[in-house]
Design a protein around this ligand. Structure first.
Ligand SMILES: [Mg+2]
Length: 122
């Protein structure tokens, strides 16, 4: 199954089944899952540690590197899905709502091809 053939709900179910089969729900508190996401994101970043942009470009053509990247991406994603499950957050709704706020914060006509962080408004 690829991205166009599966749903977020199906992915959540895969993760939930994995956790349930091992009776790991007791470990999947929201705070633990948030920490796990950070740890896995750090493992993803480690793949790029000290590499120049040119070296990253070369790495992205290497099958073993791409597999390691895919694995770390999956680790982050599965913990994100677990956190959404534990916190009873609908991922599709959360993404759509946040992207709507991002679109308002960064209007395309103003931010096309440029990035400047808007000043925080008190
Ligand atoms: Mg990992």
């Amino acid at each position: 199954m690829n991205d166009s053939q599966t749903t977020v709900a199906a992915l959540k179910q895969v993760m939930n089944d994995f956790v349930a089969a091992r009776q790991w729900h007791k470990f999947h508190r929201v705070d633990h899952l948030a920490k796990a996401i950070s740890v896995e994101a750090a493992e993803l970043l480690e793949l790029f540690l000290w590499l120049s942009p040119a070296e990253v470009d070369v790495k992205m053509t290497d099958a073993a590197f791409r597999q390691a990247l895919s694995d770390e991406l999956a680790d982050v994603m599965t913990f994100l899905l677990s956190l959404a499950h534990a916190a009873n957050i609908d991922v599709a709704t959360a993404v759509r709502e946040k992207m709507a706020r991002n679109a308002a914060k960064y209007p395309a006509e103003k931010y096309q091809g440029v990035y400047e962080r808007p000043l925080k408004q008190e």
